[in-house]
Design a protein around this ligand. Structure first.
Ligand code: IDP
Ligand code: MG
Length: 139
């Protein structure tokens, strides 16, 4: 059986609000396995690589600034269909409308900032997951 991997980030808002344990708990309770984890301060070069698809969008610079505003926690989680499964646990991007029961729906709201602060990142495809895991953890 092939085990899929995804890259999850607890963003600076999640770390500041002491929600690291809550996020990991939801990943583990769902049945996924945390196989790598580190707290780190991301720099601009790393974030510009990670968010390359958003370069040129109006929220790009606020997004990079926000992601540099404090430590983040990078996590690799594994399990069958974990990419789709974690996106489902996280909820949609906009926390105002993210479903109750999801991380974003339960724990985040619109703060009126230029970039949406929504606690977590999760890879959106196998290609993104492979690329992002290499950015944060190397080959
Ligand atoms: P995702 O995190 O749900 O995959 P993406 O579209 O990949 O969403 O956007 C990356 C991050 O950029 C989001 O999680 C959010 O923090 C921020 N973001 C996305 N779209 C907007 C927007 O329209 N306004 C403000 N911030 C946004
Ligand atoms: Mg995304």
């Amino acid at each position: 059986m092939s085990t899929e991997k995804t890259l999850i980030l607890v963003k600076p808002d999640g770390v500041r609000r002491q929600l690291v344990g809550e996020v990991i708990s939801r990943i583990e309770k769902k049945g996924y396995v945390v196989t790598a984890l580190k707290m780190m301060q991301a720099d601009r070069a790393l974030l510009e690589r990670h968010y390359a698809e958003h370069q040129g969008k109006p929220f790009f610079e606020p997004l990079v600034e926000f992601m540099m505003s404090g430590p983040i926690v990078a996590i690799v989680a594994e399990g069958n269909r974990v990419i789709e499964g974690f996106r489902s646990l996280a909820g949609v991007t906009d926390p105002t409308v993210a479903a109750p029961g999801t991380i974003r729906g339960d724990l985040a709201r619109d703060q009126g900032t230029k970039v949406v602060q929504n606690i977590v990142h999760g890879s959106d495809s196998p290609e993104s997951a492979a690329r992002e895991i290499e950015i944060f953890f190397g080959k």
